[in-house]
Design a protein around this ligand. Structure first.
Ligand code: UFG
Length: 334
């Protein structure tokens, strides 16, 4: 296999799944993570874990020492409301840290860069499904910090021998179907994570944030993508960047269909055979009614096809992981 991949944020939720996908594809992997929100135990032992900030000046030496072919850059801050109350944290951890990482990559001559971008770069889209060429008008510092990084990537790739893929994630959910990783974030705010926490007794109820949206049942509609499909898209993006070094890509990562909050909760009820307590609440600030990916570009560009486009399956995998987390916590207390 040609070359080692460096995964920043590989101890986090999505990064740890990318590490698994790369290792399963026979790649060598070095993880760089500062373990502020990630967990060392989430990194598969076949990968090398380096505890370090991505902006650390030693990064270029690390890239050279391992002859890194590509950086998959997952590390960053991801909580939208926090980005509103502490914007400079987001411009530091997402934008400035990536600038430093890119400087190391340029210094070391790293040829490929795969970046975790987000549907939050679109803000409130004028139309759904939203396509990559549609206006990007972020409505919070999180989205802006990622959009600024996309701009840096474009300019760096024009000036230096590097190409990149900016992958704009929609709503990532689920867990490794083999139970090797999942979302372990403490204090998570994501709907499916919250719902499986409620299903495993960690919460009493699930709030439904807004019932008066112009959608089929009044609740918010999102394009939920299985984290293992998303991880596979990263592996495919690397192969594409290596095959065609003169081209870079900005691609939506979603399935191109949406489910409402109530439909998601129905799925959780079906999978668990429970009836979760739903509390109808008012809208959360800044939530668009509907966010669905136009995914024609990724389907046309990468040899990637959704394999887990099944809401019940996503919920089943998320639930299995939540139960494992519960066992792990019990084990620690006992
Ligand atoms: N929701 C609830 N109750 C909850 C949690 C969420 O009703 O307890 C609703 C939200 O209002 C929304 C939907 O469920 O309609 C999904 O909410 P999430 O918080 O799971 O996800 P978001 O769509 O708000 O956020 C996602 C990503 C962000 C990204 C954003 C915009 O997680 O990183 O999309 O692209 F910024």
């Amino acid at each position: 296999m040609d070359g080692t991949i460096l995964v920043t944020g590989g101890a986090g939720y999505i990064g740890s799944h990318a590490v698994l996908a790369l290792l399963d594809a026979g790649r060598e992997v070095v993880v760089v993570d500062n373990l502020v929100t990630g967990f060392a135990w989430a990194v598969d032992p076949r990968a090398t874990l380096v505890e370090m900030n991505v902006a650390d000046p030693r990064m270029s030496d690390l890239l050279r020492a391992h002859d890194i072919r590509a950086i998959m850059h997952f590390a960053g801050s991801v909580v939208v409301p926090e980005s509103v109350s502490d914007p400079l944290k987001y411009y530091e951890n997402n934008t400035a840290a990536t600038r430093a990482l890119l400087a190391s990559a340029v210094a070391a001559g790293t040829p490929h860069f795969i970046f975790s971008s987000t549907a939050a770069t679109y803000g409130t889209p004028d139309r759904v499904p939203v396509a990559e060429g549609d206006p990007t008008v972020p409505i919070n510092p999180y989205g802006m910090s990622k959009l600024m990084t996309e701009a840096m990537l474009r300019d760096v790739a024009a000036a230096h021998p590097m190409n990149y893929a900016a992958l704009r994630y929609f709503n990532v959910a689920g867990a490794d179907p083999q139970g090797r990783s999942g979302q372990s974030t403490v204090g998570a705010t994501h709907l499916i994570k919250i719902a499986v926490e409620a299903a495993t007794g960690k919460r009493n109820a699930v709030g439904v944030f807004g019932t008066d949206f112009p959608t089929r049942d009044g609740t918010g509609v999102r394009d939920y993508i299985h984290v293992s499909d998303l991880a596979a898209a990263h592996v495919a993006a690397f192969d594409q960047l290596a095959a065609e070094p003169a081209r870079s890509h900005t691609l939506n990562c979603g399935y191109g269909r949406g489910f409402s909050v109530l439909e998601v909760l129905d799925a959780v009820d079906r999978v668990t055979n429970l009836k979760l307590d739903r509390r109808l609440e008012s809208r959360r600030a800044g939530d668009p009614a509907e966010l669905i990916a136009d995914n024609r570009a990724i389907l046309a560009t990468l040899p990637w096809r959704p394999e887990r486009d099944d809401l019940d399956g996503i919920v089943r995998d998320a639930l299995a992981w939540e139960r494992r987390l519960g066992e792990r916590e019990k084990g620690r207390q006992g």
